[in-house]
Design a protein around this ligand. Structure first.
Ligand code: BGC
Length: 754
């Protein structure tokens, strides 16, 4: 072939054409409003209502092949969104059907991406135990990238519900009990999910849930009543929602519960007064699963028309499961219960989201099989899953420095025992969410169990290792402990893996007892009476296990760590990773103490010692928890200097600097979460004994020290009072710094009036 000098310009030409094409394709933000209005003019009432309907996909309907009926509805523009749909090819078919509709409005696919999508990370509560905000953001980046590559556009996450009740099964899905930590994590999750540009292939729209109060459900029973003062709502429950809104979260979800008697989906005060007006947030609000329809069961709406009118008028926009709006909204308009304007407002919000996601520019942007193939389950995602799982583990006990297990130690023969020692299959090390939703197509080899890794690793180091499972399933007619007993008798040290399985946590999985079920406490306690025991807990919530704790020499909370369970556990037990996890929720001694949380009020009669009469306590239990908020040990020790302040008084606008020097006084390098708490000693109303207001995770080599300085202004001291003013009261404050919420150094300062 003859050389043609002009050929070399062809790549540049193609590149420029592509560039031009893509910028011409992309709807600029300024154009979105114009485009929305142009579309709105063309839409019929039915098409408008269609945009407000979200229908269940293959997970919920149980079928992988979309029915003709669904495709017909999509083609006629009667559906705005589909949730929980996994089949990739069918998503393409559905989107094609939408492109055949009169106005070609794309479908938006929503999915619960709770702790990873294809690559499964530790449960959110475990992630919170890392106190590593950057890590959490990176996890969400990966989760969103994978979900996006699989054709999802929108995730029903983050769940930012604060909860003080471990009986509630959904505590696993949140960040625990603290509004400050919860707010940092909520914002990080939104940043991770949404990235810098919603229209990017690797991002999803976030959905902050459940608005609001859901975590305060009475008795810890899911979906139950919530009743609380507006002051508590604003000081404790709302901060993470606000942080997520400020981080740019595109959507919010209603909650199932009533709040002070009003079902949250029709709570105008919540959805319009606070979220939309006060916070000036104008995203899309979707109901929870049929929560519009449930307003009728709550007894707060007469029928679907009434429910549709009340929910829309409250400021909610889209009906998840679709029946209430489908059956009731048109009637509500005909009966003048809602205005056309109000419907249009909601429709505009749906369209805006679709424009922001770039779906109008390219409805198939996240439905590209080649990109999907190249993007899912990359090895580096698993590296982060392993790091996160190891970082989330919390060391609760380590008598005589039993851990880490090193070849130099006195033990040669190790028995790994228990129902979670080598649990293959899908039921363990992950939550209901992954098991029920994304995990259908997984084979068990994706999950690395403790035995998978510990056995070969320890054997290579010269240990003799046996693995004995104990079946807990309903299928095992008679539980056989004999093999476990023999193995433990022949060992010098026993690693006992106990806990909860995935289907014991998550939605609708509340419990009345927090104890280890199916005899597991006894497994740890009786089978190994003369051997040192390392107790490894796979838990999704704070649990009560006093006897097993007592018997064990070392206790490690592993949570539900996800795919990399075995590797992460091995990293910690071997000392490759020095544990640094800190509890994001208080662990009670018994269920009778619930609700138990560190940021409680002092009462007029605080109890010092159990049995002290006429004080606020129990006759039969201490008031103190088993393990306080913020607690977690390390293989090394950290010492804290006294707190120094740069001044003893501040005025509004001035900055107080609170400094401590933290020293690693142990034998190995380690990381510590340095925590700052304040206490308002003389406010206008009673304020918590401690409130987290800052933290910094630091790493220190053996013998090293670091000066840590926190900055406080009057803004950090402000709170909502009963007149619903957000302000700081002049007066005296205490400031505490330490490695958990109980053992801390303290100092005090004064906030002066302006
Ligand atoms: C849950 C939501 C979830 C939705 C869709 C509901 O039952 O409460 O958190 O996003 O289902 O799966």
């Amino acid at each position: 072939m003859q050389y043609n000098p002009y050929l070399r310009f062809i790549p540049t030409l193609i590149f420029m054409l592509l560039l031009n094409w893509s910028s011409a394709q992309k709807t600029s933000v300024q154009n979105i409003d114009t485009n929305i209005e142009a579309l709105m003019k063309k839409m019929t009432l039915d098409e408008k209502i269609g945009q407000l309907l979200q229908v269940p996909g293959d997970i919920s309907t149980g079928t992988d092949v979309q029915s003709d009926d669904l495709l017909k509805q999509v083609k006629t523009g009667m559906i705005g969104s589909i949730l929980s749909h996994t089949n990739f090819d069918n998503k393409i078919k559905i989107q094609r059907a939408a492109m055949e509709s009169r106005l070609k409005i794309p479908i938006i696919f929503g999915f619960d991406v709770i702790h990873g999508y294809k690559t499964i990370f530790p449960i959110p509560l475990a992630q919170a135990a890392t106190w590593d905000i950057d890590l959490i953001e990176r996890i969400e980046r990966i989760a969103a990238t994978e979900a996006g590559a699989d054709g999802q556009n929108w995730t029903f996450a983050p769940m930012v519900d604060i909860s003080r009740d471990p009986r509630w099964g959904r505590v696993m899905e949140g960040a625990g009990e603290d509004p400050f930590l919860g707010s940092q994590i909520a914002a990080a999750r939104v940043r991770g999910i949404q990235g810098n540009d919603l229209a990017d292939k690797t991002t999803l729209a976030a959905c902050v849930k459940h608005f609001a109060g859901y975590g305060f459900t009475e008795g810890g029973r899911d979906y139950n009543t919530v009743d609380m003062s507006e002051q508590r709502l604003r000081n404790i429950v709302l901060p993470p929602f606000k942080a997520a809104a400020d981080a740019g979260a595109a959507t919010f979800m209603n909650a199932f519960n009533t709040l002070n008697g009003v079902p949250a989906s029709m709570d105008k005060h919540l959805v319009t007064d606070i979220l939309r007006d006060e916070w000036a947030w104008n995203g899309l609000v979707v109901s929870d699963w049929n929560s519009f329809g449930e307003t009728i069961i709550h007894g707060a709406a007469d029928n679907e028309m009434d429910a549709a009118a009340k929910c829309l008028n409250a400021g909610s926009d889209m009906d998840m499961t679709a029946t209430t709006f489908r059956n009731g909204l048109k009637k509500a308009l005909e009966n003048k219960r809602v205005t056309q304007e109000k419907i249009d407002e909601a429709v505009r919000r749906v369209l805006r989201l679709k424009f922001q996601l770039g779906l109008f520019d390219d409805p198939f942007r996240q439905l590209d099989p080649t990109y999907r193939e190249a993007t899912l389950e990359k090895p580096e995602y698993r590296d982060l899953a392993r790091k996160a799982a190891a970082e989330s583990m919390v060391l609760l006990k380590n008598e005589g420095g039993l851990l880490p297990l090193t070849p130099e130690g006195p033990f040669r023969r190790i028995a790994i025992i228990g129902p979670y020692a080598n649990s293959k299959g899908h039921k363990d090390y992950m939550s209901f969410w992954t098991l029920g939703l994304g995990m259908r197509e997984y084979d068990s080899t994706k999950v690395v169990t403790p035995a998978d890794v510990l056995k070969p690793f320890l054997e290579k180091q010269g240990f003799e290792v046996t693995v004995t499972e104990i079946c807990l399933d309903a299928t095992c007619s008679e539980r056989d402990y004999s093999a476990a007993r023999t193995a433990s008798q022949q060992a010098d040290l026993v690693i006992v893996c106990v806990g909860e399985q995935g289907f014991q946590c998550g939605e609708s999985r509340s419990v009345a007892s927090l104890e280890l079920n199916n005899d597991q406490e006894n497994i740890a306690r009786y089978l190994y009476p003369r051997k040192p025991v390392v107790l490894v807990m796979f838990n999704s919530r704070p649990m009560v296990f006093p006897k097993a704790y007592e018997k064990a020499s070392a206790v490690l909370l592993a949570w539900q760590p996800g795919f990399e369970t075995g590797n992460a556990l091995n990293d910690v037990l071997s000392g490759k990773v020095n544990p640094s996890g800190k509890l994001p929720m208080t662990f009670p001694r018994n269920e009778g103490q619930i609700p138990i949380y560190y940021n409680h009020l002092n009462t007029g009669r605080p109890q010092q010692d159990q049995g002290q009469m006429w004080t606020s306590g129990y006759l039969d239990s201490p008031v103190s928890p088993a393990f306080p908020f913020g607690y977690g040990m390390s293989y090394t020790n950290f010492s804290y200097s006294e707190i120094t302040l740069n001044k003893s008084k501040i005025r509004p606008g001035e900055t107080l600097e609170v400094s401590v020097t933290v020293t690693n006084t142990g034998e190995v390098a380690g990381s510590e979460v340095v925590q700052l708490y304040i206490q308002d000693l003389s406010a206008d109303i009673a304020r918590p004994v401690k409130e987290l207001k800052g933290f910094e995770k630091i790493s220190l080599e053996k013998g090293a020290q670091k000066r840590v300085t926190f900055k406080i202004t009057d803004k950090d001291l402000a709170y909502w009072n009963n007149e619903l003013q957000y302000k700081a009261d002049p007066g005296f404050f205490k400031v505490y710094v330490g490695g958990d919420s109980r053992y801390v150094k303290s100092n005090s300062f004064e906030l002066q009036a302006q």
